[in-house]
Design a protein. Structure first.
Ligand SMILES: Cc1ncc(COP(=O)(O)O)c(C=O)c1O
Lengths: 263, 415
């Protein structure tokens, strides 16, 4: 059992996760952000592996990726950074990115290195489900890595059930049909989508993402799902804050949550 | 073999164990051998799946076939002539025919695909059409058919391409399309495609994405190849009349994403009689950084939702392409062509900017036809190959050169 699965055994509500792009704003920011997130009591993290052509992302994540690549971030370097802090931090980590850089690195090597530096899971939104199932499932299981898949309001029930079967950590609930960072406040359509998911009684926890940026969006995700992931809004804070710890504090202010309420 | 190559070849066994019916048509999962498929985020899945599960049936329906056939004939102007190029033949020492796609309405083969896909959009009940464009030919074709069918149209175009293909921007606007300048990345075709896909993610229900070449997730490469296959279907009939045989010894076409080449090759693929030659834009040269010769300088990977050959760094970041021709300025290539290359069913030769420019002048002077810069890359192959007097060569004259006059003028009046 990996660290992420252990977390879900003990904590089932009001989970909060952050997404950030490795190597942004500075190439060394990766480890500082992870340590600051652990100190702030964030439950788990998605470490973005920057890609030149992030199809599903809005301008904020696009720009962070461009900057990170210009800063010299690569998968090799990311694994070295994670290796360095693996004994210092306990916060569960997921690696998130697009398939092409992973294929160039080599999927077997990628999975081995992800495991070796303590990652709990991997999110590759453009990896087809059938290809994961037929070609990589055994490999992921061998290295105790959880695959995480996305669902959207348009995903069919049959597909959601398939994803639930393939998953062993959580399901990533994309709040609406949109690229990252596009969403305003959540409305009735998200509410009924979240409730429809609840009613399906899936075996995996549901974590909502895309558009979590204030009290309203966070609370709606928390009330209906098991937790929330905050990405673009966090990157915006990283851009203006002097240090990652401060960025997290500013974000918590926007989300209107106190540290103690969280633990 | 590197671990990477192994990984890709492992995959080969899984995909090729499924039945590959023909080399010009992908299997059920959209694979041509090792290449193709649909590598898309979940946000795109419902849209792509809707198209995938309906396109074959729509293409084969009587209403579609009738509407498509009529529009090809009366609106696009098909069949396009197969012109015996006397002067060029003398020069090359073999028989050379030009398939005159430049005589299609709007000036390029692009309209064949657009007419078909716009009808497809109507069959699927979509109310808006979006498209990406490089040279602006696909954008103009899309704006044209959308005007005809009264469908609101938005075209994404790199800001760099808007500057070098101004007449086409003005045509699109006159036809009532909204042209959106794309400022991200290299500000050319790759980024225009990214933005079109992002827009589609944000407007999933009512919008049809009308892709301009044999690229993108399955079923697009297959859909576009089938719609363009009218080119080789006509060549067979026309050549039989002229030469007493359906099969030329050579077919030559330029390949950006690969749609005119797919169309010109389609019915000859794997026939054992016809050498299929694609020309790629080498820019300043295949061995330089300023190139778009994907097959000759790329590696297997994923771009815009399909597995194919693409130009990328060792870390798998997509590299910006370079070509004097906006329509070939793309770091990927259709999966069909990657497959034809890998299996040796077609060969792909690089042509530099200078070679293409010179070939454009050559055709203008020899035959009185000013070709598009993209097309000029196909013509440049003549200089690079040796022919026998009995050879019968068909060149896909994919488009006309009006849009490129500024580039030609700059090059040929250079001191
Ligand atoms: C005249 C012409 N030929 C060829 C191309 C390249 O596209 P494809 O490889 O899809 O035929 C273009 C693209 O804009 C074009 O305008």
């Amino acid at each position: 059992m990996n660290a992420l699965q252990q977390l879900f055994l003990t904590k089932k509500q009001n989970l909060l996760s952050l997404f950030f792009t490795a190597g942004y704003p500075q190439v060394d920011s990766t480890t500082q952000i992870i340590e600051a997130a652990e100190t702030a009591g964030i439950d788990f993290l998605e470490v973005g592996m920057p890609y030149s052509d992030p199809l599903a992302d809005g301008p904020v994540i696009q720009q962070s990726s461009t900057r990170a690549i210009a800063n010299g971030m690569t998968l090799e370097l990311l694994f070295r950074q994670l290796e360095r802090i693996k004994n210092r931090v306990k916060i569960p980590l997921l690696l998130m990115g697009y398939l092409n850089p992973v294929l160039q690195y080599g999927m077997v090597r990628f999975v081995q290195h992800a495991h070796a530096c303590g990652a709990s899971g991997v999110i590759l939104p453009d990896l087809p489900l059938d290809e994961y199932d037929q070609e990589y499932r055994k490999l992921f299981e061998e290295y105790d890595l959880s695959p995480v898949f996305l669902i959207t309001p348009q995903t069919s029930e049959e597909r959601i059930r398939w994803i639930d079967q393939l998953s062993n950590a959580f399901i990533y609930v994309v709040s609406s049909a949109a690229t990252t960072g596009k969403q305003q406040d959540f409305g009735q359509s998200q509410q009924s989508y979240f409730q429809r998911l609840q009613a399906m009684k899936l075996k995996n926890p549901l974590i909502g993402g895309f558009g979590i940026h204030n009290r309203q969006t966070l609370q709606q995700a928390w009330q209906n799902l098991n937790g929330a992931i905050c990405g673009s809004a966090f990157l915006k804070k990283l851009d203006i804050a002097p240090a990652p710890g401060k960025a997290i504090e500013m974000l918590m202010n926007d989300l209107e949550i106190q540290k103690k309420q969280k633990v | 073999m590197t671990s990477n190559q192994k990984l890709f070849s492992e995959k080969h066994t899984t995909s090729s164990s499924e039945k590959v019916i023909k080399h010009n048509i992908p299997n059920e999962r959209g694979f041509y051998g090792n290449f193709g498929g649909a590598y898309i985020p979940e946000m795109l899945y419902p849209n792509v799946d809707e198209l995938r599960s309906n396109y074959r049936q729509i293409l084969e329906s009587d209403t579609f076939r009738q509407d498509f056939g009529l529009l090809l004939r009366d609106y696009v102007g098909r069949p396009t002539p197969l012109f015996y190029a006397r002067n060029l033949s003398k020069k090359a020492g073999a028989k050379i025919y030009l398939k005159r796609e430049d005589l299609c309405h709007t000036g390029a083969h692009k309209l064949n695909n657009v007419v078909g896909q716009a009808l497809m959009a109507q069959h699927l009940g979509k109310r808006r059409i979006i498209a990406e464009t490089g040279a602006g030919q696909h954008g103009v074709a899309t704006a044209t058919v959308c005007a005809l069918l009264r469908i609101p149209c938005t075209v994404f175009m790199g800001s760099k391409d808007m500057a070098r293909q101004k007449p086409n921007v003005m045509r699109m606007q006159m036809l009532g399309a909204k042209v959106i300048a794309v400022e991200s990345g290299s500000q050319s075709l790759k980024d225009a495609t990214n933005e079109a896909i992002r827009h589609w993610i944000n407007h999933p229900a009512d919008t049809y994405y009308l892709i301009g070449s044999t690229i993108g997730p399955h079923p697009y490469p297959d859909l576009v190849a089938r719609l363009q296959s009218v080119i080789s279907k006509e060549i067979k009939v026309q050549l039989l009349r002229e030469e007493g045989t359906e099969n030329p010894t050579h077919v030559i076409a330029c390949a950006g994403g690969g749609s005119n080449a797919a169309g010109a090759f389609f019915h000859f693929i794997g026939n054992g009689k016809t050498r299929l030659i694609g020309t790629e834009a080498a820019g300043e040269g295949v061995d330089t950084k300023l190139t778009a010769a994907t097959i000759n300088s790329g590696k297997a990977g994923i771009i815009h939702g399909c597995k194919t050959l693409l130009m990328q760094t060792a870390d798998g970041q997509v590299v910006e392409a370079h070509s004097v021709s906006a329509g070939l300025d793309y770091p990927g290539i259709g999966p069909l062509h990657a497959h034809l290359h890998q299996t040796g069913l077609a060969e792909f030769i690089p042509v530099t900017d200078t070679e293409a420019l010179e070939a454009a002048m050559m055709l203008s002077r020899e035959e009185g036809i000013i070709p598009a810069l993209e097309t000029a890359h196909a013509l440049a192959a003549l200089e690079k190959m040796a022919f026998k007097p009995t050879d019968v060569i068909v060149i896909s004259l994919s488009g006309r050169g009006d849009k490129d006059l500024q580039t030609y003028q700059q090059y040929f009046t250079k001191p």
